[in-house]
Ligand binder design. Structure first.
Ligand code: OXD
Ligand code: MN
Length: 596
């Protein structure tokens, strides 16, 4: 066994690292301490190994490029498993594997997988290090790319070992090997009861940076249910009004539906004096706190965002966040160290190297950057970072927003009648599929709370947990639904989105504080056109009205089609949600019959 400097005395951690080393047989073991010197050294090593290519350091200081294996560009939901003692605990929306079988199968793949390679031991904290809500994880990986990315996405190194201490068993055991990156030997397995993750065969962020989707969502959602809180796929933003009132909002959108853009929104000119700041762009851990309110912490420390479509118009704060110290994965590059992607401000260069490393010429129809190409950037780079982003207590949430990508039916914005109706809106949320996950059927899929791929246990039980949270929160946030993506019958977006979403956000914040009007419909509260500030909007009001329209015939279809989804959830579907659907459907049906 290789000897290495061991920066902890924690016997549980040491025993586990020894056990994994015996299995994987690395040539060397390197414990990451999270220091700047270490980062510099690892970057140099990654460049020497051609895992990273340095970009032009004048244009892109501290930035690097990474080509993934072309077979490894997104999360793989069909290869992601929840390994609970019974299949019922994983529920009908997850792939399940018996834990003993999963350990056996993956151990065989880990056997000797790190021969001749370095095994990095990466201790990290999800959440502000001094927060009572933070969780410690340790990832073992044979990927220097993963070690470097974990150093940006989490509070990594010494601070995590200090937080863990010398005796605690309370850390997530995350085992990861890219092995030979063979899609036939790729598995992402979660063992919620063991607080353990085993991932093999992929180096892609969502499959390999184990603090993010695997720990902060799948495992954390399981812990959250047991401990009485919520781990959610939500951005957290801070909205400050011209009068200096500050409100916090958490919003759940499926992957690649603009969460990062919303979290970094710049208000339009007619909203002078409003400022939006980012607390988090992907994950929120929500707990009941002071004042009986729901408080949110962002467990992450960096952004792993979708690059295509990002530019100085759509998201200037993201552009500034990636100007330095960023790792770009699978965008296009030039031979002199520049990067480009579809939807960047400038035209493509005539000749580039595409995401697969192949020559690319302007005019070809092939995409130069992969649609799910990504940036990894430290959150401190964000010029609009909230000063509470690192606060141990987090921020108190006034409104929760659910939103999908829907061409029809779902209006621009809708406020739920109450908590149960809000949970129903989240539970039945649908979205058209995007590039963030491979192998999904095109079309609308139900994605409860944008958590379908991330609920670490039975989905019906998860929805019951959401309902149960109401009685724990004396002052709960109000719940809303939005849809930025509604289209005309000929396929044009009705709403301009991006910064203009401020108009909707303001209504939401004002509603949460009970200071603006709305109209009651059969399916929820909506703004009247006069309740929205539309000053300076370059889109005809008729389009906005179309985007906001509630068409009861469309809703009848929607509510009727939700039955199939509820049936899929099976016996644990909470009865209040089934009744909610029936109640709404009956009301909408009679209204549609009257031609309303
Ligand atoms: C992500 C995702 O990377 O949701 O955030 O896939
Ligand atoms: Mn996400």
């Amino acid at each position: 066994m290789p000897t290495e400097e061991r920066p902890t005395k924690n016997p549980h951690l040491l025993a586990w690292v020894d056990e994994m080393a015996r299995l994987c047989k690395p040539e060397r073991i390197e414990w990451c301490d999270g220091s700047a010197e270490e980062r510099k050294r690892l970057l140099e090593q990654a460049v020497a190994q051609k895992v990273l290519l340095p970009l032009d350091q004048k244009k892109w200081p501290g930035c690097y490029y990474h080509h993934s294996n072309p077979n490894d560009v997104a999360r793989v939901e069909h290869l992601t498993f929840i390994c609970t003692p019974t299949k019922a605990e994983a529920g009908p929306t997850n792939n399940w594997m018996d834990p003993a079988e999963a350990y056996r199968k993956l151990a065989a793949l880990y056997e000797g997988a790190m021969k001749g390679r370095t095994m990095f031991v990466v201790p990290y904290v999800m959440g502000p290090t001094d927060s009572p809500f933070a969780k410690v994880g340790v990832e073992i990986t044979d990927s220097i790319y993963v070690a470097l990315n974990m150093g940006m996405m989490t509070r990594m190194g010494k601070a995590a070992l200090a937080r863990l201490g010398d005796t605690s068993r309370e850390f997530n055991k995350g085992m990861h090997s890219v092995r030979d990156c063979d899609p036939d030997r790729r598995f992402i397995c979660h063992f919620p009861q063991d607080n353990t993750i085993w991932s093999v065969g992929s180096g892609y962020g969502g499959n390999a940076l184990l603090g993010k989707k695997c720990l902060a969502l799948r495992i954390a959602s399981y812990l959250a249910r047991n401990e009485g809180w919520l781990a959610e796929h939500m951005l957290i933003l801070e909205a400050e009004s011209p009068e200096g009132d500050v409100s916090y909002v958490a919003a759940a959108f499926p992957s690649a539906c603009g969460k990062t853009n919303f979290a970094m929104l710049i208000p339009p000119h007619s909203f002078e004096g409003w400022t939006i700041r980012t607390v988090g762009d992907d994950i929120a851990w929500l707990r009941v706190g002071d004042g009986g309110r729901l408080w949110a912490v962002n467990p992450e420390y960096g952004y792993f965002g979708v690059v295509p479509g990002t530019n100085f118009k759509t998201n200037p704060n993201a552009m500034r966040s990636i100007e330095r110290d960023t790792i770009f994965t699978n965008v296009a590059r030039t031979s002199d160290g520049d990067v480009w992607w579809e939807g960047k401000d400038n035209e493509p260069y005539p000749q580039m190297i595409d995401w697969k490393g192949q020559p690319w010429r302007k005019g070809t129809t092939d995409k130069a950057a992969h649609p799910n190409s990504r940036f990894t950037a430290p959150m401190q780079n964000n010029p609009a970072l909230s000063r509470f982003a690192d606060h141990p207590k987090g921020v108190p949430i006034s409104a929760i927003i659910f939103g999908g990508r829907r061409s029809t039916t779902i209006p621009l914005v809708l406020q739920s009648f109450n908590w149960t109706h809000g949970v129903f809106l989240g539970a039945t949320m649908g979205s058209e599929t995007t590039a963030a996950a491979q192998g999904l059927k095109e079309g609308v899929r139900r994605d409860p709370m944008a958590m379908l791929p991330f609920i670490g246990y039975d989905a019906g039980t998860y929805l019951q947990h959401w309902l149960d949270m109401q009685t724990r929160i004396p002052n709960p946030p109000k719940i809303f639904m939005v849809n930025w993506f509604r289209k005309t019958p000929d396929g044009k977006f009705l709403w301009p989105g991006y910064g203009e979403n401020m108009r909707v956000l303001k209504w939401i914040v004002d509603r949460a504080h009970g200071r603006i009007g709305a109209k009651e419909t059969l399916v929820g509260w909506v703004p009247r056109t006069t309740d929205l500030n539309l000053g300076g909007l370059e889109v005809p009001v008729a389009n906005v009205e179309q985007a906001m329209k509630i068409d009861y015939a469309e809703w009848e279809n929607e509510l009727a089609s939700e039955e199939e989804w509820f049936q899929k959830l099976g016996p644990t579907l909470p009865r209040p949600l089934a009744l909610q659907r029936e109640l709404l459907l009956e009301r909408v049906r009679s209204a549609a019959r009257q031609g309303a």
